[in-house]
Ligand binder design. Structure first.
Ligand code: CDP
Ligand code: MG
Length: 138
């Protein structure tokens, strides 16, 4: 059993897509093991996206991620890291398949509605970044 960090980004929350996205997660039989609505400050967002700090899109990404509330979720299931990335679709909604969250709901390569960890190592870092052990149920 594996865990991943999922985020419904500010565009998803603002567009009223929380329920739709969680419905897709539950429909897949994936367990929500932790969940919290919060507003990220710049320090939190910069620390979370530290690996991207030297990318040209970094400052704009931090503006976007701090522009409104987000929903943080720890998802649990078999191969959930790759499973959730399949449900999200490609980073660029224009390249994401129909039926994927980003393909169906994303605006552009930045405003792409959801986040998902890309490896077991980053999943552990990202879940611990936002959740205390006692806020995860098993
Ligand atoms: O989120 P994902 O792992 O699919 O992509 P990433 O390469 O780790 O990039 C993190 C986030 O930065 C993306 O989800 C986009 O919101 C943003 N991004 C961007 O604004 N412009 C790019 N060229 C690439 C990513
Ligand atoms: Mg990534």
């Amino acid at each position: 059993m594996e865990r991943t960090l999922a985020i419904i980004k500010p565009d998803g929350v603002a567009a009223g897509l929380i329920g739709d996205i969680i419905k897709r997660i539950e429909y897949e039989g994936v367990k929500v093991a932790g969940m919290r609505l919060t507003q990220l400050d710049r320090r939190q967002a910069e620390g979370f996206y530290y690996v991207h700090r030297s990318k040209p899109f970094f400052n704009s990404l931090i503006d976007y991620m701090t522009s409104g509330p987000v929903v943080l979720m720890a998802l649990q299931g078999n191969n959930i890291i790759s499973h959730w990335r399949e449900l999200m679709g490609a980073t660029d909604p224009a390249k994401a398949g129909r039926g994927t969250i980003r393909g169906d709901m994303g605006t552009n390569i930045e405003r792409n509605v959801v986040h998902g960890s890309d490896s077991n190592e980053s999943a552990i870092f990202e879940i611990n970044y936002f959740f205390k052990g006692t806020d995860i149920v098993t």
